[in-house]
Design a protein around this ligand. Structure first.
Ligand SMILES: [Zn+2]
Length: 150
């Protein structure tokens, strides 16, 4: 059989296997638009510092409608095992339609097996959300200022 149509099937971006791996990370992870239909875009800035205030690292994440809702971030501190999750805060902010939320949290993992010393790494986090416009019912009449007294 002649093979005239040798199309090159090379699409840019991750291949099927890579996508499978990416999707396979957490089968329970829902997409942003499924979980928070009112949120068009979500960005989170994480910054980590030691308990003495020394900066350990920063990370920016941007989530669009199609992205999975993974709001966990690993602690870069001495514990090596701590995980911060800002999921609850994202939940609250989305429900309250807050465009900007800031929070901080301290890692309470011990720094090693049998050690009573805690990691103490401090996460500072800024969550920004862009919301889809709410369906408007009837436009409210603009308030009329009373005429200035003579
Ligand atoms: Zn930690």
């Amino acid at each position: 059989m002649a093979n005239f149509f040798r199309k090159r099937k090379r699409t840019p971006g991750p291949n099927k296997n890579e996508l499978k791996v990416m999707r396979g990370r957490d089968p329970h992870q829902s997409r942003l638009q499924d979980r928070f239909p009112s949120v068009e875009k979500l960005s989170i800035h994480f910054s980590f510092a030691t308990d003495r205030g020394q900066l350990l690292g920063e990370e920016d994440r941007v989530y669009s409608a199609d992205d999975g809702c993974d709001f966990r971030v690993e602690c870069p501190g001495r514990c090596g095992s701590g995980v911060f999750s800002v999921e609850k805060k994202v939940d609250e902010s989305a429900n309250a339609r807050l465009p900007v939320t800031e929070l901080s949290a301290t890692c309470a993992q011990s720094i090693g097996a049998g050690s009573s010393e805690l990691c103490g790494c401090v996460l500072k986090c800024r969550i920004e959300m862009r919301f889809a416009p709410e369906p408007v019912a009837a436009p409210e009449p603009a308030p009329v200022d009373p005429p200035p007294a003579p």
